[in-house]
Design a protein around this ligand. Structure first.
Ligand SMILES: C[S@@+](CC[C@H](N)C(=O)[O-])C[C@H]1O[C@@H](n2cnc3c(N)ncnc32)[C@H](O)[C@@H]1O
Length: 285
């Protein structure tokens, strides 16, 4: 089969499930992965014969896309902060909003050259935050925890892939009473989507991404933030900083709650979509 026929069949098969722009984007991601062809070459090489092994790969990907599985899980990786991260069903797919959180921390920390400057990422998943920080803040010591053993395995692979050192450890943040040391920066993008928000979500997220990375109860959606804020009061160094990614609908309640926990000085930033998304809490002493 020629490349142009493959593209035609691919587009036809998915046309009832996705808009055409998205289908073209999937085709180009898969062509790059399986055929090593850049987007422009797809048109230039339209008459290229595709062998049966490659056709099988496209067929498998097509079947998974029809079930609305995210393309990142199908190809096995994604890009975050200009780095490549392996992802799978045990890890959340890193979101562009989270890049803004990383950006903020780098901006605030880049002039720090202390050899004992230390950062902890809570709920690391693929390791995207911790690894991007380690890559860009080369004199910092970066640690990261998650309660999912499988996620930590992927995060470790990702640290190797990106040639950085991050100390990963397995802990349930809702159960630990202690952390191994004091930190200059603690950062977390914890689960924050309320069960009631499931109605607004698409099945590519709901059916495929790990629910334990996303959802919190309707009755106590700020549980992770309160727990991490309390621990951070004890485990941040004087003038240490606590950064959070947050639920856009809960920014007011969250800021009130964090003030009550002992952080009078809180800065909120919106994401590129104009939604309340990232917070910095400064420890006063
Ligand atoms: C929203 S995801 C964030 C993943 C990654 N940091 C990112 O920004 O893409 C939340 C992460 O918290 C982890 N997590 C959930 N409950 C936890 C708990 N009780 N203790 C530690 N980690 C937990 C999940 O496994 C998941 O990796």
């Amino acid at each position: 089969m020629k490349l142009k026929e493959l593209k035609h069949n691919f587009t036809e098969t998915l046309s009832e499930v996705y808009p055409s722009e998205e289908i073209q984007s999937f085709f180009s991601i898969l062509s790059e992965k399986y055929l090593n062809l850049a987007r422009v070459q797809i048109t230039l090489e339209a008459d290229k014969e595709i062998d049966s092994t490659i056709l099988k790969k496209f067929e498998t990907a097509l079947a998974r896309l029809k079930k609305q599985e995210p393309i990142q899980y199908i190809v096995g990786d994604t890009e975050f902060y200009s780095l490549t991260f392996n992802v799978n069903k045990n890890t959340l797919i890193p979101r562009p909003e989270t890049e803004e959180l990383v950006d903020w921390i780098i901006e605030d920390s880049v002039s720090e050259k202390r050899s004992n400057y230390s950062i902890l990422d809570i709920g690391t998943g693929s390791g995207c935050i911790a690894i991007s920080l380690a890559k860009n803040l080369t004199s910092a010591t970066v640690s990261a925890l998650d309660y999912s053993f499988e996620a930590l395995k992927t995060a470790e692979e990702n640290a190797k892939l990106n040639n950085v050192t991050v100390q990963f450890f397995q802990k349930d943040i809702l159960k630990v009473g202690t952390l191994p040391q004091q930190y200059d920066v603690i950062v977390s993008n914890p689960p924050y989507v309320r069960e009631l928000e499931k109605l607004e979500m698409q099945s590519n997220v709901l059916d495929h991404e790990p629910a334990s990375a996303l959802f919190v109860s309707n009755s106590d959606p700020l549980l992770f933030y309160r727990t991490i804020a309390r621990l951070s009061l004890r485990y941040l160094k004087p003038n240490g900083k606590l950064y959070f990614e947050i639920n856009e609908y809960l920014s007011k309640e969250l800021i009130d709650s964090l003030k009550q926990e002992g952080y009078p000085n809180i800065e909120l930033r919106k994401d590129f979509r104009g939604k309340d998304r990232i917070l910095l809490c400064r420890k006063s002493k």
